[in-house]
Design a protein around this ligand. Structure first.
Ligand SMILES: Nc1nc2c(c(=O)[nH]1)N[C@H]1C(S)=C(S)[C@@H](COP(=O)(O)O)O[C@H]1N2
Ligand SMILES: [Mo]
Length: 435
């Protein structure tokens, strides 16, 4: 609960990046809002109007409208927020994630290195996937081999960056300052990861997978690896894992892993290696680039925010927590007081189907059940909808809260602070203005 005691209001709070640059995560209201302060509370001044349920707002929580950002855009992904161009990283504002199947133009991008030339040229000639290590039969498979020797499957699977929501950490964490948009649910076509591993006959000594792609390290040094992560062998053999060659019915686009990518559902996006060339079955936890140290790791036991955690107390981030997004209406929309209107979005969980979604219009004081559609296949996100009525004019927020199959739901504030800002599944909030 330490977040609630932090005096974050009116604090500029820039975060130092590893590279020394400063990330703007200022929750300051716009100047326009400040000009209209007459008779309003501080929070009301931030949004330029009265907030009928302001008394319910937990201390330290800022109106969602005052936290929203939006800077630069990418040309073939209009509306995405560019975080950096080398490597290329961009997130999607929540209202652009309303599609059931996330189209290319709205899929976030996370690269640790440089996009390989093979992907830019869409050239898959001679591409082979090697499966070796703790297997009886090492495999060297062309894309045609994959297509002809294994059953083809198509699934909608959520990819979410482990650092999605990092921008809300306090103290802040270095890395991309993702807000809510490092997530998407495209439709992937390929083969089952388990089928390929079973064809290679995984030995009893197998403990972990190690994934490799042909993207280039930012330094340009061919001996360095941009990223090489993996998953416990049990997860790799479980239902849902894929080796995909198509996204939304087309060859996987350059930014998303052409020509092959692993899809590990429910785990941080970093487990879903793009530009896939090799799966090395290991007899120990994989120790590739960004598997060790503090990368994609969280403290084994909860720590107070800001604690310096020794490396030996860090463990690999595995299953992602339950989460939801409000994708309609767009935050800041004007609606009519006293008239029912639809809000909707998606919900997903690293451990499978979501059980329920609830929404609140009074800062979490009361909750109303949303209608939740079943998942079209395991590890897809699920559509939810609710009808809400805002009783009188003023500033409101809609908060959404999903509950996973074990009854675990989303907290209203950043959960489990960790040094690198992973796994933030706090409730998504949008602003609505009732006129
Ligand atoms: N080869 C390769 N695979 C990768 C990455 C990368 O930098 N290189 N980034 C990973 C991370 S951290 C994430 S969150 C997802 C992002 O997938 P997307 O760019 O298709 O949205 O890809 C993962 N796979
Ligand atoms: Mo990521």
């Amino acid at each position: 609960m330490a977040d609630l005691n932090e005096p974050v209001r009116n604090k500029q709070n820039p975060v130092a990046h590893e590279d020394g640059s400063r990330a703007e995560r200022s929750p300051l209201p716009s100047r326009r809002a400040f000009l209209k302060t007459t008779g309003l509370s501080t929070l009301g001044a931030m949004v330029g109007m009265t907030i009928p349920f302001e008394g319910n707002m937990p201390f330290g929580v800022l109106p969602a409208m005052a936290q929203e950002s939006g800077q630069e855009f990418m040309s073939d992904k209009p509306g995405l927020t560019l975080m950096s161009d080398r490597p290329l990283n961009a997130e999607t504002p929540a209202h652009l994630l309303d599609d059931d199947i996330t189209p290319y133009a709205r899929m976030f991008v996370r690269n640790n290195g440089l996009v390989p030339q093979t992907a830019i040229a869409q050239n898959a000639q001679g591409w082979t996937l090697t499966v070796d290590g703790e297997v009886e039969t090492p495999l060297h498979l062309t894309i045609d081999d994959l297509k002809s020797q294994f059953e083809t499957v198509t699934n909608r699977i959520v990819i979410e960056c482990g650092g999605n929501g990092r921008a809300y950490f306090n103290p802040g964490a270095s890395g991309n300052q993702w807000t809510t948009g490092a997530v998407g649910c495209p439709e992937w076509t390929g083969v089952r990861l388990a089928d390929v591993l079973n064809a290679a006959k995984v030995k009893n000594s197998a403990v972990y997978t190690g994934h490799f792609g042909n993207d280039v390290h930012l330094s340009g040094d061919p001996d360095k690896t941009a990223i090489s992560r993996g998953v416990p062998i049990e997860k790799a053999l479980a239902e849902g894992g894929m080796i995909a060659w198509a996204m939304n019915g087309e060859p996987i686009p350059a930014l998303h892993g052409f020509p092959l990518r692993v899809i590990v559902p429910g785990y941080p996006g970093s487990a879903s290696q793009k530009y896939l060339t090799r799966i090395w079955v290991r007899d120990r936890e994989h120790d590739g680039a960004k598997m060790t140290g503090y990368s994609y790791r969280v403290p084994a036991n909860p720590v107070a925010p800001g604690t310096e955690v020794p490396e030996k107390d860090m463990v690999v981030l595995t299953e992602m927590p339950v989460k939801s997004l409000i994708t309609f209406p767009q935050s800041g929309t004007e609606v009519t007081a006293g008239t029912p209107g639809e809000v909707r979005g998606h919900a997903w969980a690293g451990n499978g189907d979501v059980q329920a979604v609830d929404v609140s219009i009074d800062f979490g004081q009361t909750w109303q059940a949303a209608e939740l559609e079943p998942a079209p296949n395991p590890f897809s996100w699920q559509r939810w909808r609710a009808n809400i009525t805002l009783p009188e004019t003023g500033y409101y927020e809609v908060w959404a809260r999903a509950t996973d199959k074990n009854g675990v739901s989303q907290p209203p504030v950043v959960p489990g602070w960790n040094p690198r800002g992973y796994g933030n599944n706090m409730q998504h909030r949008i602003a609505l203005i009732a006129m």
